[in-house]
Design a protein around this ligand. Sequence first.
Ligand SMILES: Cc1cc2nc3c(=O)[nH]c(=O)nc-3n(C[C@H](O)[C@H](O)[C@H](O)COP(=O)(O)OP(=O)(O)OC[C@H]3O[C@@H](n4cnc5c(N)ncnc54)[C@H](O)[C@@H]3O)c2cc1C
Length: 189
Amino acid sequence: MAKWLQGTVVEQHLWCTDLFSIKIRTDPLQFKAGQFVNVGLIIDNKRLARPYSLVNTPQEALLEIHFNTVTNGTLSPLLASLKTGDNIEVSDRSSGLLTLDEIPDVPHLWLFATGTGVGPFLSILKTPEPWQRFEKIVLGYSVKNLEKLAYRSDFEALQTQHPDQFCFLPCVTREKIKATINSRITASR
Ligand SMILES: Cc1cc2nc3c(=O)[nH]c(=O)nc-3n(C[C@H](O)[C@H](O)[C@H](O)COP(=O)(O)OP(=O)(O)OC[C@H]3O[C@@H](n4cnc5c(N)ncnc54)[C@H](O)[C@@H]3O)c2cc1C
């Protein structure tokens, strides 16, 4: 049976009205970059839990999740209302096959994400492994509005660090934003 690590919220970030990230301190958790954990709150003596991908790397001390609030959702609005110091639980086991172990030895790594789906890719790209394994890495990251382009500065920093190896393709589909793709990727030049 899954065991639960007792955690504390140490930081919250509001990207825009319905988009959040929180950092959580727990006892050490082993996972591979790209994996997810179950995150839970005790409500009326019952645990309410859902899976969330980890945005941090396995080497970083704090766990980080990135999520949007789902209208009438059960857990996500509660997660969004958490404050520094609040209790939160994290499953002591991570899961998921969205890891570099699953990728064969190919020259180019292509990653495509929409919205909060970018979280596990950031975890992977902040580790040394992809930069050692792949000649080129392309990340297509699509959101509706610029304010939802979370972690943009992290990806731009990676672009600066790996100018010849990393191609960051931000797409903003409902606004015309300079230096981003504003249409279907296949329709862009
Ligand atoms: C492996 C895995 C990893 C996940 N990682 C993340 C993550 O990193 N970040 C994240 O935000 N979510 C993630 N999710 C989704 C997350 O687990 C919850 O389903 C989501 O936060 C809604 O939970 P809730 O309790 O608020 O809504 P619920 O009460 O469980 O669901 C309400 C309704 O909303 C629908 N719904 C679920 N997710 C969404 C969504 N994103 N947008 C619109 N409708 C939705 C459900 O199908 C359901 O009909 C992941 C799910 C899985 C299976």
